[in-house]
Design a protein around this ligand. Structure first.
Ligand code: F3S
Length: 756
């Protein structure tokens, strides 16, 4: 599907030289992660050893993947970077905007009606700028990437946190915000703090009821949801080699649930087999020729403690199937302990739904193993007690499993097959036929990755447990959360006691993959004539206009918009939920700007004083009045301002509404960078106690912005309502090129002017 073998070959050509150089410079054997990182430096050959967890490094990723929800703003921004084509191979996948309700066909039809203009927009922009487009129903981004684009030793970024799934094919694949993706599309480097490294040594071999999913469920129990933060998790050992490539993908996928930057596996025969089976023998041949560079050096595996920051060892032969949850993916319970755990915690035992598939677990292997259990329902005269759904990860998998009779097997147990899309995995599941608030406490089990409150069905009272597709299927057949298929019997229609046989399946389809229409649309060779149509009356999409450049003068007379109290995450600054619908329409989504932030003067949200009128109103409304009056404004915040997701909307919206500066005790780094990219002033109090000096009616005058320079703090005069004044010193971290972004009005303006 138009994967670029020449690009892959050129990565491999450079790899040997760059990895050898990195080994020489660091003076030690290298892990796989380091080999991939050092061979993707923006400057080419390595010339210094980076400090893990400390140095910020510019990289040159090989690919970009975007999903439909995040691609909207990313592509709107790219459009005004003034480039004829994306600088690196990029794909867009329509998977998030399809709601699961009745079944694949009807759901897809409805999505095509309700989100038609978004899909059309994404398709035409893709066509114009050389981006591969996967239409609605083609599949879930991560499964499609694994089947078509991921390659051992490559580096990819994607605008979705489960981009990390591609680690199953030996990549370093990382989830980023749209702003980062736009930079790389426009030919700029991508910056990342050089990650720490966690090694996971897998010994033994999986068997019986245990699946690759149980490896990551176990790891999540060990590391917790924060344990992987800032680190790449690298798996190795005989146990790793014994697992399928798609099983490795599942493990890497859920690395996001331990907060890891990404996860990866060294190249092995399972990857060779997967590449050949998915029509990429030339990639397998190219990888085999540089095999040693696509895995860690032998000394690393012999002495992992010496080369990783942390090492975990898991014996797959002893690993039990797990169920993790509810409400958090790191609450790991081996299935043999579930009876006691469920009782102790009063978890409802009756399971309402078993859901398999999604980006995490929808490989041919997963489905064939789950189908081997579904088949036993008829063979052993059982009845499936829970509702059961399947979400295939791609049309290729769906078509193949239908051809091989598995869909038929699932049909016989009353399963619903949803569209090849995210659906229940992202909360796009109309489980109740309308509002899901105030619905009963109940239990569901699924093979997805996240199980936070409301994640699947919007009902805060649903307890969701995560397990392998095999275990989810067995539990759905039994209808009980505490069913342990290794030891427990079921009573069949004849009143006999029966046990389920262990799941059996195929790593890859014995007759090969097949598909009629994979859902891919190749972009035009020359897209210059392609028109991108956005209706001016659209509610969901709006073409962007460039932000105004700085006029070179000190900002004076700026009013305080809000002094945010305590935690102010990107969710507080730009809420998700129903607002996601406006992700492609900056002016509409700006109506949620800072509505979740707590006003330090009254402890209320979305209730701030308009200094022009003396009246109180919602933050966006008040800000729009300041903007209309031509009055600049400033936002004040507490510690770690802008933590949370990397969504660029949190920086674009205040900028669009006319906020000029954000002055806080400290920033979450990604948000700080996003503010800089959008041409805002991101400043921190030199003296944190100055936060307390800020009053509700304050006016701010910058004294020395005209000589804005790196490593030189700025001075602000704060004029209080009674006429008294304070002088506040504001630090900043702008370097020379970031100051150019500020001057130009935004980083993209600079790119568009051809100066970046
Ligand atoms: Fe994400 Fe699941 Fe879709 S984790 S990509 S929502 S299937």
């Amino acid at each position: 599907m138009a994967f670029d073998i020449e690009m892959i070959k050129s990565v491999y050509e450079n790899m040997a030289e760059r990895v050898d150089k990195a080994r020489e410079i660091t003076g030690k054997p290298l892990t796989l992660s380091e080999k991939i990182l050092y061979s993707h430096l923006w400057d080419g050959k390595p010339n210094k050893a980076f400090v893990r967890g400390k140095d910020y490094v510019d990289f040159a990723p090989d690919r970009i993947a975007c999903q439909d929800a995040t691609a909207q703003m990313a592509l709107l921004q790219f459009m005004h970077a003034g480039k004829p084509k994306v600088a690196v191979p990029t794909t867009v996948h329509c998977d998030h905007l399809i709601q699961a309700k009745v079944g694949a066909e009807a759901d897809l039809k409805r999505a095509n009606e309700t989100s038609n203009e978004v899909f059309d927009f994404l398709e035409s922009v893709s066509n114009k700028y050389g981006i591969g487009f996967w239409k609605p129903g083609a599949g879930i981004i991560h499964q499609v990437v694994l089947e078509n684009y991921a390659f051992p030793g490559g580096m990819m970024i994607g605008t979705d946190s489960h981009t990390v799934n591609a680690g199953g094919l030996g990549m370093v694949a990382i989830g980023v915000g749209g702003a980062d993706a736009v930079d790389v599309m426009a030919g700029m480097p991508w910056e990342l703090k050089f990650p720490k490294l966690i090694g996971v040594k897998l010994t033994g071999k999986l068997s019986g009821w245990t699946a690759p999913k149980d490896v990551i469920l176990k790891v999540a129990g060990i590391l917790t949801v924060k344990g992987g933060t800032g680190a790449i998790v690298e798996y190795f050992g005989e146990g790793a080699e014994s697992m399928s490539c798609t099983g490795k993908g599942t493990i890497c996928n859920m690395g996001a649930e331990v907060g890891a930057t990404t996860s990866t596996f060294g190249y092995d025969d399972s990857m060779d087999r997967y590449l050949r089976s998915t029509g990429r023998s030339d990639v397998a041949d190219a990888a085999n020729a540089v095999k040693d560079y696509l895995t860690a050096d032998p000394e690393v595996h012999a002495n992992p403690e010496q080369y990783f920051d942390q090492v975990i060892e898991i014996n797959l032969s002893e690993l039990e199937p797990h169920l993790n949850g509810p409400f958090t993916p790191d609450l790991a319970t081996p299935i043999s302990e579930m009876k006691n755990a469920a009782k102790a915690n009063d978890w409802p035992l009756r399971v309402e739904y078993g859901l398999i598939g999604s980006c995490t677990n929808s490989s041919y292997e997963d489905i064939s193993r789950a189908a081997s259990l579904a088949k036993q329902v008829a063979d052993k005269k059982l009845k499936t007690k829970s509702n059961f759904t399947i979400t295939p990860g791609s049309e290729q998998v769906r078509y193949t499993i239908e051809r091989d009779g598995f869909i038929d097997t699932f049909d016989k147990i009353g399963a619903t097959v949803f569209a090849n899309a995210c659906g229940p995995c992202i909360g796009m599941w109309d489980r109740y036929g309308g509002s899901s608030e105030d619905k009963d406490r109940n239990t569901i089990v699924h093979s997805f990755n996240r199980n936070f409150a409301k994640r699947a069905d919007g009902n805060p009272n649903t307890l969701a447990f995560v397990g392998s597709p095999e275990l989810v299927t067995a539990i759905a057949i039994s209808g009980r959360l505490d069913f342990n298929p290794l030891t427990d019997k079921l009573i069949n229609e004849d009143g006999e006691e029966v046990m389920l046989d262990e799941p059996r399946g195929y790593e890859l389809p014995p007759e090969g993959f097949a598909v009629e229409d994979a859902g891919y649309i190749q972009p035009a060779e020359d897209g210059s004539g392609v028109q991108v149509a956005v209706s001016p009356s659209s509610e969901r999409l709006q073409l962007l206009s460039p932000f105004k450049p700085w006029d070179g003068k000190n900002i004076t007379g700026a009013k305080l918009l809000i002094k945010a109290f305590g935690k102010c995450t990107t969710d507080h600054i730009s809420m998700a939920g129903p607002w996601l619908r406006f992700r492609g329409h900056l002016d509409n989504i700006a109506n949620n700007t800072l509505i979740g932030a707590v006003n330090a003067f009254n402890q209320k949200t979305n209730f701030v004083k308009n200094q022009l009128t003396g009246e109180y109103g919602g933050v966006p409304d008040v800000q729009r009045e300041y903007k209309a009056a031509g009055v600049p404004t400033l936002v004040v915040g507490d510690h770690n301002y802008g933590e949370g997701s990397s969504r660029e909307h949190a920086a674009m919206q205040p900028r669009h509404l006319g906020v000029r500066a954000v002055l806080v005790k400290s920033f979450a780094r990604i948000h700080e960078t996003n503010l800089k990219k959008q041409g805002m002033l991101a400043l921190t109090f030199a003296n944190e106690a100055d936060y307390d000096k800020i009053q509700e009616d304050d006016t701010f005058n910058f004294v020395d912005l005209e000589s804005f320079a790196p490593e030189t703090p700025l001075t602000l005069e704060v004029v209080h309502a009674d006429g008294t004044k304070d002088t506040i010193i504001a630090n900043h971290t702008y370097n020379d090129s970031q100051i150019e972004w500020f001057k130009a009005g935004s980083a993209l303006n600079l790119i568009a002017a051809g100066e970046a």
